[in-house]
Design a protein around this ligand. Structure first.
Ligand SMILES: O=P(O)(O)OC[C@H]1O[C@H](O[C@H]2O[C@H](CO)[C@@H](O)[C@H](O)[C@H]2O)[C@H](O)[C@@H](O)[C@@H]1O
Length: 264
């Protein structure tokens, strides 16, 4: 297993057959199931895509999970009415395959200090946005690119004071999250439990935070798919979120066809 990020060259992802009960599906959300937009609150997942996820979820006996930097509560809203297994806040929250909820918490005083420091710092940087997730924080600068360096310095100063926290850079965002929590660890945890255990993991993601997931999936001889440009550990690549939608549609159509054939 290598942690070096290299340019991948494969153009077309394999289409695994979900009806075979062989695969476990893991999807990142922002930039993979949802188009990136200026406001984190404005993000949506089209209803037909949610329906296709539902078909895949059923066809794989529930071996489909969302793996995101967003809190699980937001993920539920984005895929409503589905309630899917999910790792939120880069794995600091988890709804496992049995529906049990797990969450890392920070000591209350520490969380309060960090929140106050970040709120005061971000207030001085007009156009930036602070997302507070309880045990993690997202410092957005998409609409204030001139403040990118200031945001980074603010985040670094907090992490320097609190070694339990680490930085997680993303798309026009610097996140601060609990040390030891990442998408690779979350996928690994899912793969230890039913209905995921014993299957081949498939992970689709677009961002730096997804690289840990690709690393773990590659090490498990799974299928890793990067959305968009840039160096990646992923084995396969699609260009856009719409390519992901088409891929999911093809997978669920295949499932429906196979199910119909088996009824004959
Ligand atoms: O792991 P993900 O599902 O990809 O979530 C990562 C972060 O996504 C969100 O921020 C990003 O998407 C926003 C909406 O498109 C965009 O405005 C922002 O610039 C991006 O960084 C979300 O707000 C974060 O909480 C997630 O951690």
């Amino acid at each position: 297993m290598t942690s070096e990020i290299q340019e991948n060259t494969s153009e077309t992802p394999l289409l695994p057959h979900p009806d075979s009960q062989q695969y476990a599906f893991f999807f990142d959300v922002d930039g993979t199931l949802a188009e990136i937009c200026d406001e984190p609150d404005a993000v949506t997942i089209p209803s037909d895509v949610r329906q296709h996820l539902q078909t895949l979820f059923a066809a794989s006996s529930g071996a489909l999970a969302l793996i995101s930097g967003r809190p699980v509560e937001q993920l539920d809203q984005l895929v409503t009415p589905l309630i899917l297994p999910a790792a939120g806040v880069h794995g600091a929250e988890m709804r496992d395959g049995a529906g049990q909820f797990h969450r890392v918490t920070l000591p209350a005083q520490m969380a309060k200090d960090v929140e106050e420091t970040l709120a005061a710092g971000m207030q001085k940087l007009p156009g930036t946005l602070l997302e507070i997730k309880g045990m993690a924080f997202a410092l957005h600068y998409r609409q204030a690119m001139l403040h990118q360096q200031h945001v980074l310095e603010l985040a670094e100063s907090v992490v320097a004071k609190h070694p339990e926290l680490v930085l997680q850079p993303g798309k026009c965002v610097i996140e601060i999250k609990p040390r030891g929590k990442d998408k690779g660890a979350a996928i690994y945890d899912f793969m230890q439990q039913p209905p995921f255990a014993g299957r081949v993991p498939v992970f689709v993601g677009d961002d730096l935070t997804d690289e840990k997931g690709f690393e773990v999936v590659n090490a498990m001889n799974g299928i890793s798919v990067k959305v968009g440009e840039g160096s990646s550990l992923a084995q396969y690549r699609v260009k856009t979120v719409h390519d992901v939608y088409r891929w999911i549609d093809a997978l669920q159509r295949h499932t429906l066809t196979v199910n119909k054939e088996s009824e004959l």
